[in-house]
Ligand binder design. Structure first.
Ligand SMILES: NC(=O)c1ccc[n+]([C@@H]2O[C@H](COP(=O)([O-])OP(=O)(O)OC[C@H]3O[C@@H](n4cnc5c(N)ncnc54)[C@H](OP(=O)(O)O)[C@@H]3O)[C@@H](O)[C@H]2O)c1
Length: 268
């Protein structure tokens, strides 16, 4: 399965409590929302072993297993949660392989089509962290390999070890820290999956939203889709109204002038 780009996916992390520690308070509503995501033809759902300590994957399986054709489930390993306030990278290869096995069980799957190293662990050689994922891929347990929150240097180092299908970094109109990574992935034809894709309130964004009769979220997503061809934003929401609004951004066209004005939002 190729990672879809030029369209909008769904980030499932928010289907949890505020700390992403326990599952959602209203589980039936979260299950209904996930079924709507699938019914609307969203091509990818993003989760991770640590979201609600695994409950996020269990929830996805409860809602959607057996998964419809054309829906890619992406998960991750390499972050741990010693407490609700902490996110600590652990890249021990044995641990990464164990976590992939647990994700397979929770997702009730024998294969995860896209599997990310959630964070590069600075205490473990990158070759060893990716080596675990390569072994999982060779065994057919995962498909494509992704990276999350990496620099251009880390991406290039990873590419010396194995092929990388997707990079998932924080990126939106107002936070373009990872602009060089986006440019490098576009050059290499690797999917760039921005998390936190919706920009904070800003007079330029809000003004253009008013011109288009659209919302700030839609302008944020339309800007991302126009910014580069290899983009797959994964906005997260607990609301069906917001879900439909976000997906409708694929049909929103910014004029050249509007795109240029939006470039100024982060001094770009
Ligand atoms: N790789 C990583 O390290 C990493 C880190 C963080 C997140 N992620 C992934 O990225 C996904 C997206 O991140 P995120 O969910 O934190 O951030 P997000 O998509 O930028 O925003 C989520 C917030 O925006 C609100 N929202 C969504 N659509 C909206 C709309 N149309 N209008 C108004 N508000 C809207 C949501 O509230 P409502 O529920 O009220 O809509 C929620 O509070 C996550 O689900 C997760 O899968 C990955």
């Amino acid at each position: 399965m190729t990672v879809p780009t030029g369209t909008i996916g769904f980030g499932a992390m928010r289907l949890a409590d505020a700390d992403i520690w326990h599952g959602p308070a209203d589980r039936p509503a979260a299950i209904r929302l996930l079924r709507t995501v699938a019914d609307l033809g969203v091509p990818l759902i993003d989760t991770a072993d640590v979201y609600a300590l695994g409950d996020n994957e269990t929830l996805i399986a409860e809602a959607l297993h057996p998964y419809p054709d054309g829906l890619m489930i992406a998960s991750k390993a390499g972050e741990t949660r010693p407490s609700p306030g902490e996110w600590v990278p652990v890249g021990n290869p044995a641990y990464l392989k164990q976590q992939a096995e647990l994700s397979l069980r929770r997702l009730r799957a024998d294969h995860i089509p896209l599997f990310y190293l959630h964070r590069v662990d600075p205490l473990v050689a990158l070759e060893d962290q990716l080596g675990a994922l390569v072994e999982l891929r060779d065994a057919g347990k995962i498909g494509a390999i992704g990276l999350s929150e990496v620099s251009v240097e880390q991406l290039d180092a990873a590419l010396r070890v194995t092929g990388i299908a997707a990079v998932q970094n924080a990126y939106n109109l107002g936070d373009r820290t990872h602009e060089p990574v986006l440019d490098r992935t576009a050059e290499l034809g690797i999917a760039f999956v921005p998390f936190y894709p919706i920009a904070a309130a800003h007079p330029v964004v809000d003004g253009i939203a008013a011109e288009l009769g659209a919302t700030r979220a839609q302008v944020s997503l339309a800007w991302l889709l126009r910014r580069a061809p290899n983009i797959l934003p994964i906005p997260g929401t607990t609301s069906e109204v917001h879900l439909k609004e976000n997906l409708a951004a694929t049909g929103l066209t910014l004029t050249g002038d509007q795109f240029d004005r939006l470039q100024s939002v982060a001094g770009g």
